[in-house]
Design a binder for this molecule. Structure first.
Ligand SMILES: Cc1cc2nc3c(=O)[nH]c(=O)nc-3n(C[C@H](O)[C@H](O)[C@H](O)COP(=O)(O)OP(=O)(O)OC[C@H]3O[C@@H](n4cnc5c(N)ncnc54)[C@H](O)[C@@H]3O)c2cc1C
Length: 659
């Protein structure tokens, strides 16, 4: 495939000068500010009320800006962030076990397989400690030690304990903290909340110099079906990840990639789309009529040991239900992560653990009827710590597992298998979190920024809150300081008119198809293609085939989709159909990016590029860059812009979790 590619000017990343550890401090000292009376004259739209969006909206509202915050759910409190279980990282070093800002930075860059920007990641590690202080002040009930100090546990890819947690409900508790702050601003009138409103386009307006700037959005009110227009001086996208392109994932059902695609169509680059995270510890798929996968938190790998039988005959008997896991003697168990990666054991990063599980199952050692499961066993931990301690740490997760599988994990090992969980790719942003479109910012999982090719556990919450509480509130001022003379916008401008017209005609076209397939059935087919060809193991052949199949899915959609009802009222099928179209485009971008990246790194495993031991084989000379895809028109191959990654503060090496 012919792809037009160019190298990006490094200045576009807007990384401040100075030593790594001083960059953020210097930036803050020299950025432009907006004074209090001018803040009142500036409007900011924030799309999304997850941890990233809610923390940004609350903070910018508190600072005095006029904020309009949009979300799909009936309450900001129900954003997908609420599902986060295990914890949030910070370099507090409360355990005195050798942690530091540098070590968190280093672990994150290494965990991301040397495909993230140094300056951003260092800043993330730096502000991680502020997040914990902020959340404690907001009343987040983090777990504590007997003496009252905050407790920590370990997550993958780290040899220290730096993960703060609230049982297995960390996301929920953090979101309640953000939500309280947000509602305080709603009460004060600085934030207006628009729930059950979905953004369906971003509107750009040219300024006097002819520069296009994001000046508003078009949304659909779910309840009335009405299309509405909203204007602002800047637009912030905090709409989460696009893992549901695979249909089955651990993400909430409403997670989507539509806002990212709308921005992409308007000129924002889509970066590293192929980097999707496959989480090793999910409840295995149990049949064809399933729309959701359940995560068993990575925190469980602190005490749970992962194994499969050493002997194939034992595996076969387990698959047929002829023996129980407890029938297999200790010496006949293969704790394959401990065997292969002695230094990190069960706490290797997710990409490594997922591939190792797949490798065992592909060889026939899977432990359930489908052969696609491994054990996560707590019997040692229960012996060592006692059942009560284990229940204290993980009780709600055990209960959830039992409710879903009808098996008691205190008595028999859990069965787990990798599943799609998180997307490292997303909207390209510079150091200021601004996209390639002026006045359009992206935060949280929606942007591509800090995790490279693989995200370490407990670092998504850290990044979302870093962006929302501590980074965007500074950097957006640097942009808005030049906008104080710009009066409020009318939504009658022709640019709004055109965007609304285009959207209405797209909706019309969908409603007119009146085919025989439900949206979900087409989405499921898309998911099968993605998992099969753009999943855990990717090949040139498979990716090329995926691109052909995805073209077919798009044709199927336009010929066969059936959306009942009308567009001018509540219509859940229509909402899903609009998202599905964007998932198809995301699938194409993912496959194209994966095809272009002829190396294995992090979550992107090209089977042609592996070491003799089956580990990912990077090709730094050719691929040490961020892939930024630029939209060139409907059904056209996008252009590739390469942001080169230059590491000055760490030595780029092959990842090693063995010793
Ligand atoms: C089961 C599970 C457990 C996890 N556990 C952890 C953990 O322990 N630690 C960790 O660090 N990470 C964890 N993660 C990852 C983490 O939860 C997410 O990456 C993070 O919460 C994303 O936050 P966000 O604010 O970027 O997006 P989200 O929380 O996904 O919020 C997106 C927001 O955007 C809104 N939205 C979306 N599209 C539109 C639109 N078009 N118009 C209007 N609004 C829109 C939604 O309504 C929502 O308000 C977990 C993820 C899952 C799935």
């Amino acid at each position: 495939m012919d792809i037009k590619s160019t190298i990006l000017d490094p200045a576009l990343s807007r990384i401040p000068e100075g030593d790594l550890a001083d960059k953020w401090t210097n930036y803050k000292a020299h950025q432009k500010l907006v004074n209090p009376s001018n803040k009142r004259r500036l409007d900011i739209i924030i799309v999304g009320s997850g941890l990233a969006g809610a923390s940004a909206a609350a903070t910018l509202g508190e600072m005095g800006f006029n904020v309009k915050c949009f979300c799909i759910q009936d309450s900001a409190r129900r954003a997908h962030s609420i599902a986060a279980q295990g914890g949030i990282n910070a370099a507090k070093n409360y355990q005195n076990d050798g942690d530091s800002i540098y070590r968190l930075f280093y672990d994150t860059i290494k965990g991301g397989d040397y495909r993230a920007r140094e300056a951003n990641v260092y800043r993330l590690a730096e502000v991680s400690n502020n997040i914990i202080d902020q959340c404690v002040a907001a009343g987040v009930p983090f777990a504590r030690e007997y003496g009252g100090t905050l407790a920590n546990r370990s997550f993958g890819g780290a040899q220290v304990s730096r993960t703060f947690y609230a049982k297995g409900q960390t996301g929920q508790q953090l979101l309640l903290g953000c939500y309280s702050a947000l509602m305080r601003q709603v009460n004060k009138g600085t934030v207006k909340m628009y729930t059950r409103h979905e953004m369906l386009d971003v509107v750009l307006v040219k300024d006097e110099q002819g520069v296009e700037r994001a000046r508003g959005i078009i949304v659909r009110d779910f309840v009335t079906g009405k299309i509405e227009r909203y204007a602002a001086h800047a637009v912030v996208i905090g709409t989460g990840g696009y893992g549901n392109a695979y249909f089955l994932s651990t993400n909430a059902m409403s997670c989507n990639g539509s806002a990212a695609i709308q921005c992409y169509h308007k000129g924002a680059w889509f970066a590293n789309p192929c980097y999707a995270q496959i989480h090793p510890t999910c409840i295995p798929v149990h049949g064809e009529i399933q729309s959701k996968l359940t995560l068993m938190s990575e925190s469980l790998r602190n005490d749970g040991r992962i194994w499969v039988p050493k002997k194939l005959e034992d595996a076969k008997k387990l698959q047929k239900g002829e023996i129980k896991p407890t029938d297999i003697a200790e010496e006949d168990r293969d704790y394959y992560l401990e065997r292969r990666y002695p230094a990190f054991g069960n706490l290797v990063p997710r990409d490594v653990a997922s591939r190792a599980a797949k490798e065992r199952c592909d060889k026939g050692f899977g432990v359930n009827a489908t052969g696609l499961a491994v054990f996560l066993d707590f019997s040692d931990a229960i012996k060592r710590l006692g059942k009560d301690v284990v229940a204290d740490k993980y009780g709600n997760l055990f209960q959830m597992y039992q409710k879903i599988t009808d098996q008691n994990p205190y008595e028999t090992p859990m069965m787990i298998y990798p599943a799609i969980h998180y997307t490292m790719g997303g909207i390209w942003v510079d150091y200021e979190l601004q996209t390639s479109v002026k006045g359009l910012f992206a935060i949280g999982e929606a942007n591509f920024s800090d995790h490279g090719a693989n995200r370490l556990g407990a670092s998504a919450l850290m990044q979302g809150l870093a962006d929302g509480y501590f980074v965007l509130p500074y950097t957006i001022q640097n942009y808005l300081a030049d906008q104080i003379q710009v009066p409020r916008f009318s939504t009658d401008l022709p640019e709004f008119e055109e965007a609304e017209k285009a959207l209405k005609s797209k909706i019309d076209r969908i409603m007119k198809v009146q085919g025989s397939r439900t949206v979900d059935s087409i989405h499921k087919e898309l998911g099968h293609i993605m998992w099969e060809h753009v999943g855990m193991g990717r090949t040139k052949e498979g990716l090329t085939e995926a691109l052909t199949l995805l073209k077919g899915i798009r044709e199927t959609f336009w010929k066969e989709v059936y959306v009942p009802g009308t567009a001018d009222t509540l219509n859940v099928e229509l909402d899903k159909a609009l998202r599905l179209l964007d998932f198809i485009e995301i699938g194409e971008l993912m496959a194209l990016d994966a095809l272009n990246r002829e190396e294995s790194c992090g979550g992107h495993f090209r089977e042609e590029h592996q070491t003799q031991e089956g580990e990912a084989l990077r090709h730094d000379d050719d691929y040490s860059y961020v892939s930024c895809w630029k939209y060139t028109g409907e059904n056209q191959t996008p252009d590739l812009l390469k942001e080169e990654l230059n590491y000055k503060y760490i030595k780029v090496q092959t990842r090693n979790y063995k010793n």
